[in-house]
Design a protein around this ligand. Structure first.
Ligand code: ZN
Length: 299
């Protein structure tokens, strides 16, 4: 069976897997990204992960999911490079090809590879169309339909769902806009709300834990639920997809907010039926598996 390498490049860690045509992860490797070290450091770390995976075996291709606007044809990062210092403008394919000659390399946006993974093996399997929201440090978005595949937009800058605006003149976003969705439904959004309410910092997991006993924890989570629920209603009204899949690290705490969010959506949406809201099936491995699938699809 053919094997490829799938790489999930994040702001904190790089996870790689040797993956077969069934999507089984045969071997894993990881490195700390070293985001603050800049482009050369990060490229070298990616190479280390690939070298560890490639040892003693033949791979057909390498797929990589990266933060930022990605020109998938050229395999390079455009004007925005996410949380990695100096990442914008990096010619990923060209850099990696210097070391791994003769192995085809494919680069894709990180939210898109997560969606590809869900479409292949996870919650999106069999769906005619779906929108994927990845709630992590930031908020990633992907738009998929069977008919047209992944939506890129004219300049590979489409589907940036995290940077649609929820509150005019709201919280300042890393992208420079104010009030972006990302500032209200990402992993640290409840922490920000709690800080605004109390002037004190509390970790997200403790805010969730104290939902029943602390009124400010409750307020912070209720706001998250209302913001996410509201955003789901907008997505439903814009796309009317068969499914909306929610993934990313925030899913790990879903016992505290999932049902409330679905209730909010059903009670406030003009026409909530016909669109299923689903949790992603793959969390930690979604990036590497999706990146591997991108590689398989292109060879
Ligand atoms: Zn933004």
């Amino acid at each position: 069976m053919k094997k490829v390498i799938g790489i999930d490049l994040g702001g904190t860690s790089i996870y790689g897997g040797l993956i077969n045509e069934k999507g089984e992860v045969l071997k894993k490797a990881s490195q700390v990204t070293g985001s603050q070290g800049g482009r050369t450091v990060v490229i070298n770390k990616i190479m280390e992960v690939i070298k560890e995976l490639i040892e003693g075996g033949k791979v057909e291709a390498i797929g990589l999911g990266s933060p930022g606007f990605i020109d998938v044809k050229k395999g390079e990062v455009l004007t925005i490079g996410g949380n990695i210092k100096g990442w914008a403008g990096t010619k990923i394919r060209e850099e990696l090809s210097k070391e791994f000659r003769g192995i085809p390399i494919f680069v894709e946006n990180d939210a898109n590879v997560a969606a590809v993974c869900e479409e292949w093996l996870g919650a999106g399997k069999g769906l005619d169309s779906f929108i994927m929201l990845t709630l992590g440090t930031g908020v990633g978005g992907a738009i998929f339909s069977k008919k047209s595949g992944i939506w890129y937009g004219k300049n590979y800058q489409g589907a940036e769902l995290g940077h649609t605006i929820l509150y005019p003149n709201g919280r300042l976003c890393t992208c420079g806009q104010k009030g972006c969705v990302e500032q209200y439904i990402s992993g640290n959004a409840v922490e920000k709300t709690y800080l605004e309410l109390t002037g004190e910092r509390l970790e997200g997991k403790d805010i969730f834990k104290n939902y029943e006993t602390d009124k400010n924890c409750k307020k912070a989570i209720d706001k998250f639920v209302a913001d996410l629920g509201t955003y789901l209603i907008s997505i439903k009204n814009i796309f009317d997809p068969e499914g909306i899949i929610i993934g990313g690290g925030v899913i790990n705490s879903k016992e505290f907010w999932w049902e409330k969010t679905i209730d909010y959506y059903y009670h406030n949406c003009n026409n909530p039926k016909g669109t299923e809201i689903l949790p992603a099936k793959y969390l930690n491995d979604a990036g590497m598996i999706g990146a591997a699938k991108v590689a398989f699809d292109n060879i």
